[in-house]
Design a protein around this ligand. Sequence first.
Ligand SMILES: *[C@@H]1O[C@H](CO)[C@@H](O)[C@H](O)[C@H]1NC(C)=O
Length: 568
Amino acid sequence: MPPLLLLGALLALSGGVPLVFGGVPSVFGGVPLVFGGVPSVFGGVPVFGGVPKGGVACPGGCDCDRTNARCRGGAGGVPRGLPPGLATLSLLRWDIEELPQGSFRHLPALTLLLVASGRLGSVGDGAFEGLGALEYLFLEDSQLRSLPPAALRGLRGLLFLSLADNLLQSLPRGLFQELPNLGHLDLRGNPLRCDCALRWLLRWLRARPGPGPEGGARCHGPAALAGTALALLGPRQLQCQRHELRPFQALPFSSLGAEPFALGGHPGVALAQPAAGACALLEWDQLGGSFRAQRVINGSSPVACHPVPLGDTLLLVVAQLGGGSWVWRRSGGPGSAFVRHQALGAGRLRRPHAVAAARLAGHLYLGVADSSKGGTSTVFRWASGGFYPHQALRPWQRDTHLEFLELGGRPALVLCGAARRPLVYRWSGDAFAPHTDIPHVPDAYAAKHFRLRGSVFLCLTRFLGDAKVMRWEGSMFREVQQVPARGSLVFQPLLLAGHRYVLLGNDFAPSRVFRLGAGGRLEPAQDLPAPTPRAFVPVAVGHRHFLVASSFKGATQIYAHVTEDVGT
Ligand SMILES: *[C@@H]1O[C@H](CO)[C@@H](O)[C@H](O)[C@H]1NC(C)=O
């Protein structure tokens, strides 16, 4: 038999005929090299007689001559008692739990090793150590899930490597480090995940001469790259960015409400400091490169300092537990003093808990949730220079939060309270009418909404039960996900540096940051050691992005949103 046919016959035994054989022209590139290499590989003819020649030792399950052995359908490790001068060894349908370091040390003359169509549980670092003459290594169709970085250590003569038809999602950086002669790599038939971890491989492949050395391997994931041939990908196309919130600054005061606003194109944050009896505006100190909080209003115990930009003036609605609630107005531009503008609520508000504002049908509305037993949550409307009661919402419900949103193109309002289910109101033209309540969350503390691809979602916080994400389904909210939570008083969707996040505060454990995935699913991103958070607010300074976390008992925390390219 001519050498090429012998090679074909050997490869055919692997069971991977179409792949391996189909790959031969590209695999072996220069034909003379193949022909040149084969005689040394196959040494004497005939190759597989099935009968040991000249009394050559041969373990059970194998056919051997002095230089070639083919073993089929066995289990355990590499068979013992093979002729020590073997040049080729194939293990077919062999079940191997593990290939530990130096598994082939007793066969130092191997130039071709084929493991195929069986199971290869794991390959240890240095598994092929001692095979300095090995030129062809096939680990194919063997359910191999991963390789450690030093698996191929010592294969200095290796020219060709096939890992085709396994379950490899990635290859560790450094795998080919000590393989100076490796010119061909076959990765077909693996569920490769083309992410940052494979960037090194693309670089390595690009540095090889000749077209398509990766043998037609394709990405299996992530979704955006599924089906893309590795050969068509550039290293920069693999996503290597990591986003993280890192502690940036602690402000030496506790705070409750934190509300973002924008005036004249400048973003700001208003902080309510009940312990200090003040409202403060967060400012970026250009010289110091840090934030400072400028106390702008002295009050009694503000729980909310809600900013309402009105033209070029800034109103601050100061909801207080004692001393009544007030609307303050800045008398001039930034830096000028705030003056009392009007008293709010005239006795209706006894224990205000949260404030929200919205523009509906050309009017400015303000909603205040009241948490006293006898108080009434109220919607106010701005008219002739002041906020006047427009509508009393449900009384006697100890409300904790109120959220304006839009449902099906119509203004709506969700009211949460300790005493009953959240209530959804819809705008009826001149007032909010009760529409439906939200089931299964009797003790929701707050509801914050976000929009994603035309759908409206609500993040519901509960102090005792799990936090929930719900989606509006035309006439009611239906749960899409729940997140374990104990001691959570804030579950905040927000946009930070162009990325959507949802933050789940916690009084007893680190707060959790979720990325907002497709379909409104929350994907865990990181923990945040924010103490007793009550509000999370994004703020941008130039091109830098920060997150402010108010803290009821500790220091107000500011985190920097950091993006790193972790690829090399
Ligand atoms: C608040 O009170 C302090 C101390 O009484 C005073 O120094 C400060 O100027 C006041 N701030 C404002 C904005 O009124």
